[in-house]
Design a protein around this ligand. Structure first.
Ligand SMILES: Cc1ncc(COP(=O)(O)O)c(C=O)c1O
Length: 390
């Protein structure tokens, strides 16, 4: 079983859809599937804007957003947070974008006041875009996108607000339009429970309008061509990602059946259960929860620091003796590990993963403050008691 922060566990329904035989790509069912996917996607980001699909990973979503809105020499403000914003900034620099990074306090979310102060220090058109991650998957911090959006709006900055929800989409609550986000980026393989292979970008009219003069605009990612094209191959700049579309449609239907509100609540309970387990394991000489601020803890992934334990050995014990794959630290492979709890996860799966990690911690000789599994079960029991169970 994988408990890494993506690719996540794929539901059987999604895998069955992914395995369907190839249909005609010029007419028939596939066109309905694509229409349904495009019709369902805006609700996932809670936007009235447009959704675009790029064949690729999260990086292809970054590229699609940049190609349609930025020009060489434009300056963007990257809000530091763990690891991924820095990688995003380096990625944009390779396209000739000037990147300024707003530093963050380690193990803390972005400070919306600091964003306001930095934007107030320059002209309103200084930055073409402000880039933030909703959840940084490396340190499992969740940023307050709503508050950052308010800071940007209050500053009068003309920058587009671009948010990476690659880890958090459909796991942690998100409202693109209400929070003042112009472009949202996700990928298929995490909370959306679909195999890796699709970048997903939502853009509002302001962002699309901005793109008309972007000089990074290219033939492949171009939103205008995708919007104006009436044929399915124009929406994808070529052969559509057939199996991914079938799979994503099934995943979107599952999300709709569960409802986003219930799904966010499920992730909140499971996130609380993981954090409660880690806090119970904590003891001097053992492991430690990375993000301690309530409200800044992601509900899709949890990073655990292992200053006295070799996380690499722990991961190999879990994988090779019990069949559980956990994530290693992004910045430091031996000094932390990560537990993914995104998408298709329920209490049996999560308690099994936590129990296996707890056993693995014993094998590697980590001192434990108590049974994290017992604490996690308590958190889950509290939630289960409130559900109808007749
Ligand atoms: C927050 C975040 N941004 C960007 C990426 C990059 O996505 P991909 O590896 O699909 O290109 C990841 C991948 O884990 C991520 O977690």
């Amino acid at each position: 079983m994988v408990a890494i922060p993506g690719p996540s566990v794929m539901p059987e329904r999604v895998l069955a859809a992914f395995r369907l035989p190839m249909p005609n790509i010029y007419e028939g069912e596939l066109l309905d599937v694509a229409d349904e996917v495009f019709a369902r996607l805006p609700a996932i980001a809670d936007t009235a804007g447009h959704a675009f699909l790029s064949i690729g990973n999260g990086h292809s979503g970054w590229q699609m957003a940049a190609a349609n809105t930025l020009s060489r020499g434009d300056k963007v403000l990257v809000l530091e947070s763990g690891r991924f914003p820095a990688v995003w900034g380096l990625f944009l620099e390779r396209s000739g974008i000037e990147v300024e990074t707003l530093p963050a306090t380690p193990r803390s979310p972005v400070d919306p006041e600091a964003v306001a102060a930095r934007l107030a220090a320059g002209p309103t058109d200084e930055f073409a875009a402000v880039l933030a991650v909703h959840v940084d998957t490396a340190i499992s911090v969740r940023n307050d996108i709503e508050a950052i959006g308010r800071s940007i709006a209050a500053s009068g900055s003309s920058a587009l607000f671009v948010v990476d929800c690659i880890a958090s989409m459909a796991c942690d609550e998100f409202h693109m339009d209400a929070w003042g986000v112009d472009i949202t980026i996700a990928a298929s393989q995490k909370g959306l429970m679909t195999p890796p292979g699709l970048g997903i970008v939502w853009a509002n009219e302001r962002a699309i309008e901005r793109g008309r003069n972007a000089d990074l605009r290219d033939g492949y990612f171009d939103w205008q061509a995708r919007l104006e094209g009436e044929q399915i191959y124009q929406q994808f700049s070529g052969t559509p990602p057939v199996s991914h579309l079938f799979a994503l449609r099934e995943a979107l239907r599952m999300i709709d059946e569960e409802t986003l509100a219930v799904r966010w609540q499920r992730h909140r309970v499971l996130g609380d259960a993981v954090r409660s387990a880690v806090l119970t394991w904590e003891t001097p000489g053992g492991v430690e929860l990375m993000i301690r601020e309530r409200g800044a803890q992601a509900d899709c992934v949890t990073t655990v620091l292992t200053p006295h334990v070799d996380a690499l050995t722990l991961a190999s014990v879990c994988e090779n003796t019990a069949g559980l794959t956990i994530g290693l630290g992004v910045m430091d492979h031996t000094g932390s590990f990560r537990i993914g709890h995104m998408g298709h996860v329920n209490p049996p799966a999560l308690l099994g993963a936590l129990g296996t990690i707890e056993a693995g911690l014993r094998v590697v000789g980590a001192p434990l403050g108590g049974s994290g599994v017992a604490s996690a079960a308590e958190v889950i029991a509290e939630a289960m008691a409130t559900y109808p169970h007749a």
